[in-house]
Design a protein around this ligand. Structure first.
Ligand code: CDP
Length: 231
């Protein structure tokens, strides 16, 4: 007897650990993890490489017809994002891409293309997806919606440490300014802004370690799966 799968939407501000939590939940539940932000980053990389003018909508729309974004898995089962079949997982995490991605994510034609793909990925349920509009636009009927947040200092510190460990040359100031900028653009844009509705569970992990945040979210997931069985 198989258990009915649910979809889990995790939305929230930049760098608050959505990906870490989403991956841990997906692995514990044997669900598929999808990083929707990686898809916006991959499109951004394509537009940057081809020098597309973001204010020229027909040019952007034309470029989008040449963009194929997908996920693949390496031999050890770790997924990575591809742009026209090239593994771009590393390049999309650069500060150069981060500094443009929120401008790209404002464009409705970009969102339409990616939301369509994301909805297809979740059509059969069993998906944990993180982003900004997953519980509001992509899967409005997700059985569990989590809104993650943490103080800007904690988030900037985490992202700074992550990039330095990778060998990137960045300053703390630069990272902190980028996060604030993206939070601002993502929350105030006209198309699918980052917002929280009453059906979200809020998880503020400023003072929580990974284990504690996982335990809390897993309890919510168990509850949502049990509730889903009753129907
Ligand atoms: O890793 P981080 O939290 O910094 O960001 P991300 O999840 O990789 O997303 C990068 C950017 O893509 C965000 O700042 C948003 O501008 C955009 N995005 C979006 O608009 N909608 C989503 N569902 C996911 C990301």
């Amino acid at each position: 007897m198989g258990q009915a799968k649910i979809n889990i939407a995790i939305d929230g501000y930049s760098s608050c650990g959505k990906g870490t939590l989403a991956k841990a939940l997906a692995s514990a539940l044997n669900y598929v993890f999808i990083d929707s932000g990686a898809m916006y980053r991959a499109v951004t990389l394509y537009l940057m490489r081809h020098g597309v003018d973001l204010d020229d909508l027909p040019q952007v729309e034309q470029a989008l017809t040449h963009v194929k974004v997908a996920f693949e898995m390496d031999d050890s089962g770790v997924s990575f994002v591809t742009l026209n079949d090239e593994n771009v997982e590393n390049e999309i995490r650069s500060i150069a891409v981060a500094s443009k991605v929120s401008e790209v994510a404002k464009i409705q034609a970009v969102r339409d293309k990616l939301v369509y793909l994301q909805q297809q990925m979740g059509a059969k349920k069993g998906v944990v997806m993180d982003g900004r509009d997953i519980g509001t636009v992509v899967f409005p009927d997700a059985e569990l919606k989590i809104f993650m947040t943490a103080s800007v200092e904690v988030r900037a510190q985490r992202r700074f440490a992550e990039l330095v460990a990778k060998g990137d040359v960045v300053t703390f100031e630069e990272i902190s300014e980028n996060l604030k900028h993206r939070d601002n653009v993502d929350s105030s844009r006209e198309n699918s802004p980052l917002t929280m509705t009453a059906d979200y569970r809020v998880l503020d992990n400023s003072d929580m370690d990974r284990d504690a945040q996982f335990a809390l979210a897993m309890a919510w997931a168990d509850e949502a799966i049990a509730a889903n069985l009753q129907f």
